[in-house]
Every structure is written in C-alpha cells, then in structure tokens.
Design a protein around this ligand. Structure first.
Ligand code: ACO
Length: 451
C-alpha cells in the first residue's frame, strides 16, 4: 500500500548537491526557495508528505546544521506509516484495517476485533477459536502479583495501580525481553490480553476491600471480566444487554492510530524494552485528564454543574476560558466523533435497562446548547467518545475513577498492534525528537561565593 522512498526517482534520493539549485523534473515534488541564500530545493512528496530529514540539506552556511521542522505536540507531523487504523477527522470516519467502525462494532466481538487489529485480517472460525483458546489459557496471574497489589493503599487511584501492576508483569516474565522473536511476541501479546482483565478486576475489588475472584475460563472474555468484578458470594447474574454494551465500548476504544498513549507505547517501545513496560507507559499516558481521564472528568464536571438549570452559566464560564467542556473537542475529529454517535445508541440500550441517570439530563442539555453556540461551532468542538462513555460505565456499576481502566482494557489491542508494527518497520529507530535550543549562550560558571 505504501510507496517507500526506495521507489522514488533516483535524482530525488541523491545527496544535497544534486538537489540544490535545480527544480527536479518530477511532478510530485515541493520546490522550496530559501530567501536567505536564494537557493532553490526540490523535495519529493510521497503519500502527501515530505520527509523532515530532506529539509536538513537547506543550510544558510557551512556551520548551519540545516533546517529543522518545528512541530510542538506533533500537530502536523506523521511519525510512522501505519496500516492499522484510518481516520478522516473532517468527515468523521474511523476504520480498523479498512473496515468501518460501525460494522466492526455491530458484528464482531472484542477478541475478534483484537485479532483483526493484530493480524490485519478477520479471523476464520478456526483461527478465532484458536485465538480465544490461547487467551483463555493465560487469564491467571501469579499469586505474587496479587500480593504486590495488596500493598496499594485502599484509596489508590485505579490507574496508578494498573500502570504499576502491568509494569511489574515485566519482572514476572523476563522472557518478554526477547522482542526479536515473533513467537515470543505472540506469547506476550496473549499474556497481556489475558491478564489485563484479571488485574483490572482485582483493582476494582481492592478499592472495595472485596476478595479477589479468580478467572472463570468457561465464560467469554467480557463475561469473565464482569464476573470477576461483580461476583458476590460465588454468584453473579450476567446481564446480556450490559455485557453487550461493554463489548461495544471496548471495541470502539480498541485503536485510534497515533494518539498520546499509543505514541507513548511506540516511543518507549522503540528503545526495545519489553512490551509490559511499553504498555505501562501507554497506561500512564492514558491516565491524564486530556486523554483517557476525560470521561472521569466529564462526570466530575456534571457533578459540579449539578442541575440542568446551571448549564447556560457553565457554558458561559467555559467560553471565558475558565475550564473546558470535558468530553468535547478532539485533536483529530473536527466533526462529530463517529464513536460518540455509536456510544449514544449504546447509552439508549443501557439506560432502558438500568433506568435514567440524572446526570444524563445535564449532559444532553450541555450537548444541545454547545452544538448551537458559535464558540463551539466555530472551533469545531463536538462531543468525543468520552462524553457519554462515563455515564454508561457509571450505570453499569463502575466508579468514576475506574473508567480509564475500562478504556485501557479496550485500547490494549491497539497498543500491542502498533508496538508490533513499529518493531517490524525497517524505517523505525529509537524515538528521539530534535529541539530548538533557546537557553543562554555559553557563559562562565559563577562560583557560589560570587552569586
Ligand atoms: N472546551 C472549551 N474549549 C475548548 C475545548 C473544550 N473541551 N477544547 C478545545 N477548546 C478550545 C481551545 O480553548 C482553543 O480555543 P482558542 O482557539 O480560542 O484558544 C481551541 O478550542 C482549540 O483547542 P486546542 O487545545 O488547540 O485543541 P487541541 O486539538 O490541542 O485539543 C483536546 C484537543 C485536548 C481533546 C481538547 O479539545 C480538550 O481539552 N478537550 C477536553 C478534554 C477531552 O474531552 N479529552 C478527550 C479527548 S478524546 C480521547 O482522548 C479519547
């Protein structure tokens, strides 16, 4: 699918001297005139992008190391080529391996989606059976993991516990360091997918002082997780509507190309650390309120607003720069987040089952007013995936500070698929951005007595 630099006309891959001062006779090029020197450069355009390293040939003199591109927060920089997830933020399109998210969410299970993201194709019935069996046979965690978890305070934040526990898994599986062996990577991938629900459920129980419930391998992936969280006295009656809703929510979160946590997994993984450590870096990134913590922040915001009548005043406050409307806006989607559309449908099915959540009324009013307000419309701020997900998780019985753990369960296949893709990409190296130094010029050290 991707055309590599190796496929470019040779003249465009030649050294700086070959390019300097001439416009290459190739249509897919960018001509740059450096007004400092009057020199003209031709840079190839491939897949709608230029290579930042091609700018290095543009120098203002012999001691100039060459032009850098400056892009804080990677607003317009592609850090990799990826065949996993396609997003068109303006059109509100999201596809996993080419399949529209609406179809994936409607027809597959979470483990099937994970297989699709990881392997690139939908599984055959046999392949899916084998995949599910592999995951099922790794759901237990070493009992020392539970002992380790008991050391957390009763009120420890679930995401802090999750990132600590997943990082600690690397010490239980030192074989995971051998990242060059595809079979070994497969084993670690299965371990991660199988054990994350167990750890997540233990965290849920730990926060409540409840005894841990062991995995039940006669249940499906979602059913087992829900049972481990909610079983009391050996009993839990599964609610198929809520389990189906959770399955869809996890599928909707399964990958979202180069977001903050995935970039963290890729960046940390690029040092060739084991996948447990790389994934725990992703969990740390997801913890932040601007990323996975947003659905928790939405619920806190709804608590602060307190009543539908207070919504207009809250909106006015946001418009004056005092705080943000959490669950609104997205770096990539500049129209309605397609996942938010699907989540609204899930919300309908869940609230029909559990009864209306009083906060839903406030959320609907916020959305109604914001979508009519020029501040939000002109900035293309629409509800994102997190605007309604928190309300659904709360209706299912999960506490606010636990929501991001559910997001992590969903995002795990994406993190591993992107990590695997990064390792297999011959163009990738250890991630190492450049900087523009703006500090003092060289100066003489001042002894303490003279300061
Ligand atoms: N409420 C009010 N104003 C907002 C919001 C918001 N939620 N989001 C952006 N804006 C405003 C900014 O103040 C800025 O206005 P200005 O041009 O007058 O300065 C403008 O919109 C652009 O905002 P940026 O911060 O430049 O947009 P960016 O792409 O960097 O931010 C982000 C995206 C972080 C998601 C932002 O919209 C936000 O903070 N939203 C709330 C948190 C949230 O819901 N995060 C979840 C994201 S989805 C996910 O991680 C799964």
């Amino acid at each position: 699918m991707w055309e590599s630099a190796g496929g470019l006309p040779h003249s465009l891959r030649a050294g700086p001297d070959a390019l300097r001062g001439s416009v290459a006779d190739v249509p897919d090029t960018l001509t740059i005139v450096d007004n400092r020197t009057g020199l003209e450069y031709s840079v190839p355009i491939v897949d709608g992008s230029i290579r930042a390293t091609d700018l290095r040939q543009i120098t203002a003199g012999d001691d100039d190391p060459g032009l850098l591109s400056f892009d804080p927060a990677y607003l317009n920089t592609a850090s990799c080529k990826s065949a996993i997830t396609y997003i068109d933020g303006d059109a509100g399109i999201l596809r996993y391996r080419g399949y529209p998210i609406e179809e994936v969410a409607d027809t597959t299970t979470f483990l099937e989606t994970a297989y699709l993201l990881l392997e690139g194709e939908l599984p055959t019935a046999d392949a899916l059976q084998g995949w599910e069996a592999d995951v099922r046979s790794h759901t237990y965690v070493h009992t020392n993991v539970t002992k380790f978890m008991e050391g957390f305070r009763y009120d420890a934040h679930p995401m802090g516990m999750l990132l600590g526990a997943v990082g600690a898994l690397s010490t239980f599986y030192p074989d995971a360091k051998d990242i060059s062996d595809p079979e070994n990577r497969y084993l670690q991938r299965v371990r991660l997918l199988a054990k994350l629900p167990t750890i997540a459920a233990y965290i849920f129980r730990h926060s409540r002082g409840l005894p841990y419930v062991l995995p039940r391998n006669d249940l499906g992936y979602i059913g087992n997780f829900v049972n481990m969280t909610f079983e009391i006295g050996g009993k839990h009656e599964a609610n198929p509507v809520l389990q189906n809703a959770l399955e869809i929510l996890l599928i909707l979160h399964a990958d979202h190309e180069q977001n903050c946590s995935t970039s963290a997994v890729r960046g940390v993984g690029s040092s060739h650390v084991d996948p447990f450590s790389a994934v725990s870096a992703g969990i740390a990134a997801l913890y932040g309120p601007l990323h996975g913590g947003a659905n928790e922040a939405v619920l806190k915001m709804l608590d602060v607003i307190g009543d539908k009548a207070n919504v207009p005043a809250f909106i006015e406050q946001v418009k004056t720069g005092k705080g943000r409307l959490m669950g609104f806006g997205h770096r990539v989607y500049k129209s309605y987040d397609p996942r938010a559309t699907l989540i609204k449908q899930v919300a309908d099915s869940v609230f029909a089952e559990t009864g209306l959540n009083p906060k839903l009324e406030i959320a609907l009013e916020l959305e109604r007013i914001a979508l009519e307000d020029d501040y939000f419309v002109s900035r293309k701020l629409y509800p994102n995936v997190d605007f309604y997900s928190g309300l659904i998780y709360q209706a299912m019985g999960y506490s606010t500070d636990y929501f991001t753990v559910l997001f992590a369960l969903g995002r795990l296949p994406g993190w591993i698929a992107q990590w695997e893709e990064m390792l297999n990409d011959p163009e990738q190296k250890i991630a190492r951005p450049r900087q523009i130094y703006i500090g003092p010029e060289k100066r003489s050290f001042v002894p303490m007595s003279d300061r």
